[in-house]
Design a protein around this ligand. Structure first.
Ligand code: SF4
Ligand SMILES: [Zn+2]
Length: 349
């Protein structure tokens, strides 16, 4: 392990103070989403697995998903119990999204028999399933197993690429895979007629606000040629999660979560670039100190506009939003290179 990996690993607890119940999911809820050109309800469920395999080795600099993981073995029966428990709240939503705070296709995290159980059950119930996976678990074998279970149901596999720049992914995010690995996984997913949701990270640590905007725009340019008709680009602004490198820097005033103005700028750029790939932006902790925010006065208006954009894909929504803090944001873009890093909220502590 390199020093960055060692440092990230030692920030994490090795077990929970209070052991969570392995028979209960982390959470489940219904939310709005798009299914082709319609706005529909989607059912979301988060399973409590042992945790992401990469997290046990060291983990990504911004990821606090392990806070929701068991951090110890969860049996197949327990995972199926969690799934059944969550599904008691299922209301025939045409999309079902299953998150595990790791990789659904990693058999060490979700055993194949559990993957098969869930896919075969959902294929009878819903039109589209969404799961997430690191690229190394997208293999010919895993694709064939899924194809045997899903007959008509569409499948969307989310991959956390974060950035198309290997240097940033290695040294700011510590993601542990390359752009080439991502591209190979995308080809495999497409060859099996499934679709890909690519997660792009907005503002990894060590990048200034301006560098992050440039990185995201460059990533959009590099990823769009890899996309297919039903693919999604999902923009994820960094939020400050407990026991992460990002939190370590944030507490020392060396990191500020992204401005909502930056996000609007990136989404407008992506919308201008193309029309076929769906764009989406879910903001965890938006409008709070630990999440993407502006001046805290205009945040709820900006967040509503970003949410509406995700549903309608119409960037003209952003023409109607304004606030004086836009000048402060622009000043920051110009000034922060002289501060040798991301400017904290000195005006709004
Ligand atoms: S971001 Fe994904 S790959 Fe990285 S540690 Fe978290 S769950 Fe694992
Ligand atoms: Zn404002």
């Amino acid at each position: 392990m390199n020093p960055l990996q060692t440092f990230i690993k030692q920030l994490k607890p090795t077990r929970h103070r209070k052991t969570p119940n392995p028979n209960l999911p982390v959470s489940s809820w219904s939310e709005q989403d798009r299914y082709h050109n319609e706005i529909v309800d989607a059912f979301v469920l988060i399973l409590r697995t042992r945790g992401c395999s990469w997290m046990f080795q060291s983990g990504c600099s911004m990821c606090g998903y392990f806070n929701d993981s068991m951090l110890s073995k969860v049996t197949s029966d327990q995972l199926i119990n969690q799934y059944k428990q969550a599904m008691t709240r299922y209301n025939n939503e045409p999309i079902v999204k299953i998150f595990t705070s790791g990789s659904f296709l990693d058999a060490n995290e979700v055993p194949e028999k559990v993957q098969e159980y869930i896919f075969s059950d959902l294929t009878k119930k819903t039109k589209k399933i969404a799961v997430e996976s690191r690229p190394e678990y997208v293999t010919e074998t895993s694709m064939n197993t899924i194809k045997n279970q899903l007959t008509k149901t569409e499948l969307d596999i989310g991959i956390g690429l974060e950035t198309s720049q290997d240097f940033i992914r290695d040294f700011a995010i510590n993601k542990g895979f390359s752009f080439e690995d991502y591209r190979n996984a995308v080809t495999l997913v497409h060859n099996n007629n499934f679709s890909v949701k690519t997660y792009i990270l907005i503002k990894p640590p060590f990048l200034t606000e301006k560098e992050s905007i440039e990185d995201v725009k460059q990533t959009i340019d590099h990823v769009l040629p890899c996309t297919d008709q039903h693919d999604i680009l999902s923009f994820n602004p960094t939020s400050v999660q407990k026991n992460t490198l990002v939190e370590y820097l944030w507490r020392r005033k060396q990191y500020r979560p992204p401005w909502l103005w930056s996000i609007i700028d990136m989404l407008t750029y992506a919308a201008k670039k193309q029309k076929k790939t769906r764009l989406q932006c879910d903001i965890t902790g938006g409008g709070k100190k630990r999440g993407a925010h502006n001046c805290f006065t205009c945040d709820s208006e900006m967040l509503s506009a970003i949410k509406e954009f995700s549903l309608t894909q119409d960037p003209t929504i952003f023409k109607d939003v304004n606030c004086d803090c836009k000048n402060q944001w622009k000043d920051q873009l110009n000034l922060e290179s002289t501060s040798f890093g991301s400017l904290p909220d000195v005006m709004n502590p």
